[in-house]
Design a protein around this ligand. Structure first.
Ligand code: F0G
Length: 473
């Protein structure tokens, strides 16, 4: 790491009672009140050497820096890797972790796409997607994981562990392997996609499929870390949140530090929304941006404890529920970070929404039809935007950024079933699924015969024929 790295003075603080311990216990819970910790940066207020302009140019210089020959220069090459990472590049806004412990795979640096077809449908011209599925393990988890896995390495841990709906585990397994640590994965049996399960197997994790749901896995893991020297890598770990903040920092850099009007994220365990919101508030405090975007959080109707917390209980409590949704990544009934998420929802003036299974499937196909694609949980953002647009919360002339959290290939089963028309067969949603029919593109099995292919081309759906100027059929 280059010498301009400040030893950012960060300290832990309990979000409930304000206790400031020197270090956190294995479960990352406050010993006084049991709530979560967050990092705070008192040094920023006390004569910090950076101003917003010098930070911006420092980060830009790192991104455009040119690497040296790797031969015989391991430390220089490590420094360059950190400068190129979309997380470590922004290290002035993170707690300090020495370079020798940093485990990086060049995470972050994800593209921002204009969603032209979706924009037309929703009636918001300036509609963009920040695609976190374009990370090394194909989900947004990598930005938090590079940082938290590095903190495990710094702590000398041999084992790291998480409970997961599939993406955290994939990410953790990869970063543990890169850092020569062992990883233990607890996942709900039969409730995660094969793509995600296959990742943690291939990256060498000890993978336990428990006969319970995600919330049940979390309960077991919390007990385990009190008895065994394993390092907890769920998003209750505040290092995860710090690394994940960089998604918002990088987004604002991509937008020339002009805040969009809205950022929309899916809500599961609520670490991601907490992290993005924390970054926004901190960037405003540091004058990197001059106004806050509204951060809105969308949940599936069948996994909506946070939606109900805000809409039914005025933000006073979360009532744990048995969650159920085909968007398995967010099949979570008792979100750990709800208080943090509530705080940033209020600070930014965002909204909560819930969307149905059919609305999720439809939105996912629409994002796919823009040539982008995402996994089901990510598509709640577009489905939620439609509702926020209908209610007038989002206006036609405003700029909206959807955070797409996972890659299309994470859950091909969902996609294939949708396009074949099987996704809702025999379920109470079957009747409503008719509305998504025009988006379905089932594969056609034909003999190897030119005439048959031409007939298929001639019979292609009318909307394809009429909207493409290039195909005259
Ligand atoms: N989108 C995807 C693709 C996810 O994998 C998750 C969470 C979320 C959204 C919700 O983010 O929990 O920070 O609110 N996945 C976790 C996991 C729980 O174990 O992979 P959140």
């Amino acid at each position: 790491m280059k010498t301009e790295q400040t030893e950012t003075v960060a300290c832990l603080r309990c979000i409930n009672c304000g206790a400031k311990p020197q270090s956190a216990g294995q479960d990352f819970r406050c010993v006084d009140c049991g709530d979560l910790f967050e990092f705070v940066f008192p040094g920023w207020a006390r004569g910090w050497k950076y101003d917003h302009a010098s930070l911006k140019s420092l980060w830009l210089n790192r991104r455009t820096s040119v690497g040296q020959s790797l031969i015989g220069k391991a430390s220089a090459s490590k420094a360059h890797c950190l400068d190129q990472s979309g997380v470590w590049r922004f290290r002035e806004l993170l707690p300090h972790i020495p370079a020798e412990h940093a485990i990086t795979m060049g995470e972050g640096n994800t593209p921002l796409y204009h969603l032209q077809g979706c924009a037309r449908k929703v009636g918001v011209e300036n509609l963009y997607a920040k695609h976190q599925g374009m990370n090394p393990t194909s989900s947004f988890k990598d930005t938090g994981m590079t940082f938290a896995a590095s903190s495990a390495h710094q702590g000398g841990f041999r084992w790291v562990a998480c409970a997961s709906t599939g993406n955290t585990s994939a990410s953790m397994a990869a970063y543990a392997a890169r850092g020569n640590m062992h990883s233990l994965v607890l996942i709900p049996e039969g409730k995660i996609s094969w793509g995600k399960l296959s990742q943690s197997l291939d990256y060498g994790a000890l993978t336990c499929q428990l006969r319970t749901d995600f919330d049940g896995c979390v309960r077991i893991l919390n007990e385990l870390v009190r008895q065994k020297p394993v390092y907890l890598l769920n998003s209750v770990n505040p290092y995860r949140i710090e690394g994940q903040k960089t998604v918002a920092i990088e987004l604002l850099e991509q937008l020339g530090w002009e805040a969009p009007d809205h950022i929309i994220v899916p809500g599961g365990n609520l670490g991601n929304s907490s992290a993005i919101g924390k970054a926004l508030v901190e960037m405003l405090e540091l004058k990197l941006i001059s106004r806050l975007p509204k951060l809105s959080i969308i949940q599936a109707e069948g996994a909506n404890p946070f939606y109900r917390c805000v809409r039914e209980f005025g933000g006073t409590k979360v009532e744990p529920m048995t969650a159920d949704t085909l968007a398995t990544a967010i099949r979570i009934g008792n979100p750990a970070s709800w208080k943090k998420a509530l705080r940033v929802l209020r600070a930014t003036g965002g909204e909560v929404e819930q969307v149905s299974e059919v609305e999720i499937a439809e939105a996912k196909a629409e994002i796919g039809a823009d040539g982008i694609g995402c996994e089901p949980a990510s598509a709640v953002t577009l489905a939620g935007l439609k509702k926020l647009r209908a209610s007038g919360f989002v206006k036609a002339g405003e700029m909206v950024v959807l955070i797409l959290t996972g890659h299309l290939l994470k859950d091909p089963d969902f996609t294939i079933k949708f396009h074949r028309g099987d996704l809702f067969a025999g379920t109470p949603d079957e009747r409503h699924a008719v509305q998504a029919k025009s988006l379905q593109r089932a594969p056609i099995v034909l003999d190897a015969d030119l005439g048959a292919v031409i007939a298929a081309l001639d019979g292609a759906p009318r909307e394809i024929r009429s909207t493409s100027p290039h195909i005259r059929v």
